[in-house]
Ligand binder design. Structure first.
Ligand code: MN
Length: 725
């Protein structure tokens, strides 16, 4: 038995040594020594499967070696359970392996159970401890993921209940972490293994379906690949084309999310095209789109816009002739290497150094995510903490930093403007420029997790309407809108004030001179809650300042008229005209056209005089209409015939005696007063008689004109207006 274990152990250690051949010789030797050291430490311990315990840390070290991580990572993987599960104190690790490795091992070691009151408390604290360590050294999480992966691979030995609990935790926490770090292979395997234990029936169905349809699908894909290869060759693009089955859990998710049947899921297979450089990536994408129609919204340019974890590639899905959808991933060999290894590709052994400062920059986002969770609450239970982490890892959020290092959480695609408003509304309002990681950027730049954002502010708040086009947070959107609407109100108020002032000057008043009483009167008349709103309404072009002024002037003149009535009386008190719905106001009849009831009229605001009533066809009205149409108010005669109006007539007659007497008697017969008359001879045979009479309305006037035209010796009768004379 012992020899058997020894032989198997040697074999196992050899397989590990094979995997670390990329490391320097002395490091390999150290790894070998450490492997035998832990075999000795775990002596007598067995896993649930019955295997010697040391198989676990050695397998974990092999997974870590598969990621081509540095020596410290591999040694830490070997040592990861030693403090927790054997009597070895951390001090011994520190002395034997140094501070660096001791730190990683400690990060992976649970705090001893008797320090906690409950199992929950213990789990929460241990989880927190791991997060803290992860934040300080990424290798902690890399080894932890490898540990979890091996545990998932060997989950069969556990009770179903425990299987489900661990599978669930893996799916919720560790797979998303692997995904965010860019460890796609580990993520997929973790998901598929979790899926297998959480939904065994569905898992079986999908596995069977894929194996059944495999031949047919392969034939189809090979045909597609042949056509792509031919096209690429024509254009001289060197490429490696691979196809792969999408991992089971992603197929399951697709079925579940879109409620499809297995036969409906066509893009179970994906095609990957690896080319030499970025130019070829885009060229290849174009060629594929020439062959098949791309599905809208499925073209993703992660080369121009890398994912937060720095993943780069072009993705597209096309519809082939048979209606089957095929997904293509196009990337360079280098991008592929990074994608496959994720963070690990950056941890590669680099001649003694495993990480450059620049590498660390790239992964700052993970640190930031973890930091934000760690800082959230002190007394969080494990459940909250895990849910929180799951949310942070799976939702579309980014974490950026202020120049001081404070973490700001923003939604995906947030811009420096969102950042500025998140800091403070006033900072947002005053934003004039931004720097990201020290570089000046445009304000619509999409921020990425880990970016250090610096906002340049101006003296005065000046948010732009244009910002609404690209901001992502409701805080920014609402703040900008509020500011702009306030600004618009102010602008409209100022404009309204100017306009009103200009019109007030027509009646020898000014905005400043408006009394509170007048303000209240016009506010009420035009239906506003306050005077400011009325002014804003004028400024925005909704209310005519002329209307306000004409109301004010007629009102004023009317007020003046009442006071004057007591002393002098008023000539026009009996005129009944309604102007724009207002009756009983001070009016005068325009001398230029002298309208009479029955004729179409309009009112004109005249400064200092109230409203003057004109004939609608008066040439003066035509002029005003062109220049200041606001001054014109619709008016009409009221029905009452209370007053007569002067009308001037010009009559051309034969120059014979007695004609004037005939005219006078005809007019008198109609009970119309003649208020003025003069006549003169023009030539040898005609005379012109100018006559002023008083009539009630146009009908009475027309009757008189018709009667006059019927008289003997009358050649022409015409009504005249002052300006015509
Ligand atoms: Mn372990």
């Amino acid at each position: 038995m012992d020899t058997n274990i020894a032989t198997n152990t040697d074999k196992l250690i050899s397989s590990l040594i094979e995997k670390v051949s990329y490391l320097p010789k002395e490091d390999i030797e150290k790894i070998k020594e450490t492997a035998y050291y832990i075999v000795d430490k775990h002596k007598g311990q067995f896993r649930k499967s019955g295997e010697p315990y040391h198989t676990h840390p050695i397998e974990v070290a092999k997974i870590v070696a598969g990621l081509k991580l540095d020596t410290a990572s591999i040694i830490s993987a070997l040592l990861h359970d030693i403090v927790e599960d054997t009597n070895t104190p951390l001090e011994e690790i520190r002395e034997k392996f140094g501070e660096e490795i001791a730190f990683i091992v400690d990060g992976l070691t649970k705090i001893s159970k008797h320090k906690f009151n409950s199992k929950e408390e213990a789990e929460a604290e241990n989880f927190r401890k791991m997060l803290v360590a992860m934040g300080k050294d990424f290798r902690v999480i890399l080894v932890k993921l490898a540990d979890r992966l091996h545990n998932m691979r060997t989950l069969d030995a556990l009770r179903p209940e425990k299987q489900r609990r661990i599978a669930n935790e893996t799916l919720k926490i560790y797979a998303p972490i692997a995904s965010r770090i860019g460890l796609w292979k580990i993520k997929s395997e973790l998901e598929d293994l979790s899926f297998k234990y959480l939904h065994p029936e569905d898992y079986k169905k999908i596995v069977e379906f894929i194996s059944h349809s495999k031949d047919e699908q392969e034939r189809f894909l090979k045909d597609i690949i042949k056509r792509v290869e031919k096209e690429l060759k024509t254009y001289g693009i060197e490429a490696t084309i691979q196809y792969r089955v999408k991992h089971l859990y992603s197929i399951y998710e697709k079925l579940f999310r879109k409620n499809l049947t297995l036969n409906q899921v066509y893009d179970i297979y994906g095609i990957r095209i690896l080319v030499n450089d970025i130019k070829d990536c885009y060229l290849t994408l174009g060629l594929i789109h020439q062959l098949w129609r791309p599905i809208e919204g499925r073209i993703k340019d992660y080369i121009a816009n890398p994912k937060p974890n720095n993943y780069q590639a072009l993705h597209t899905s096309v519809i082939t002739e048979k209606g089957k959808i095929v997904e293509f991933q196009i990337k360079t060999y280098k991008m592929h290497e990074i994608a496959e290894k994720g963070i690990a590709a950056h941890f590669r052994y680099k001649g003694g150094k495993y990480l450059t400062d620049k590498d660390l920059e790239i992964f700052r986002w993970l640190w930031v995510v973890l930091e934000s969770i760690r800082n959230s609450k002190d007394t969080e239970t494990l459940k909250d903490l895990k849910e929180n982490l799951n949310k942070e890892l799976t939702t579309e959020e980014i974490y950026v930093l202020t120049p001081k290092g404070d973490i700001i959480k923003l939604p995906l695609d947030a811009t420096p403007v969102d950042f500025a408003y998140k800091i403070h509304t006033e900072v947002g309002h005053r934003t004039v420029g931004a720097k990201v990681n020290g570089q000046i950027v445009s304000l619509d730049t999409k921020l990425k997790t880990g970016d250090i954002v610096e906002i340049k502010t101006g003296k005065k708040p000046n948010p732009k309407k244009d910002w609404l086009r690209f901001v992502r947070t409701s805080k920014a959107r609402t703040s900008i809108r509020q500011f702009l609407s306030k600004q618009l109100k102010e602008e409209n108020y100022n404009l309204g004030k100017k306009l009103l002032d200009k019109f007030l000057r027509k009646i020898d008043k000014s905005f400043k001179e408006l009394t509170e009483d007048e303000k209240e009167k016009i506010t009420k008349r035009f239906g506003f809650h306050n005077f400011e709103d009325l002014v804003i309404s004028i400024g925005s072009g909704k209310l005519s300042p002329a209307k306000v002024v004409s109301f004010l002037s007629t009102n004023e003149v009317f007020n003046r008229e009442i006071s004057q009535r007591k002393t002098e009386g008023c000539k026009t008190k009996d005129i009944c005209i309604e102007v724009d719905g207002i009756s009983n106001i001070m009016l005068n009849i325009a001398k230029c056209c002298m309208p009479i009831p029955g004729e179409d009229i309009v009112g004109v605001v005249v400064k200092g005089k109230g409203i003057s009533i004109h004939n609608k066809d008066c040439p003066n009205i035509q002029k005003i209409l062109k220049k200041e149409p606001e001054r014109i108010l619709p008016s009409k005669w009221s029905d009452k015939k209370l007053k007569t109006f002067p009308v001037k007539l010009r009559i051309i007659t034969d120059d014979k005696p007695g004609i004037l007497a005939n005219i006078s008697s005809t007019i008198a017969n109609q009970k119309v007063n003649i208020t003025g008359i003069n006549s003169k001879s023009t030539s040898l045979k005609t005379a012109i008689i100018n006559l002023q009479i008083e009539v009630y309305d146009i009908n009475q006037l027309n009757k008189i004109i018709n009667s006059l035209k019927g008289l003997k010796g009358i050649r022409k009768v015409e009504r005249i207006r002052l300006r015509n004379i």
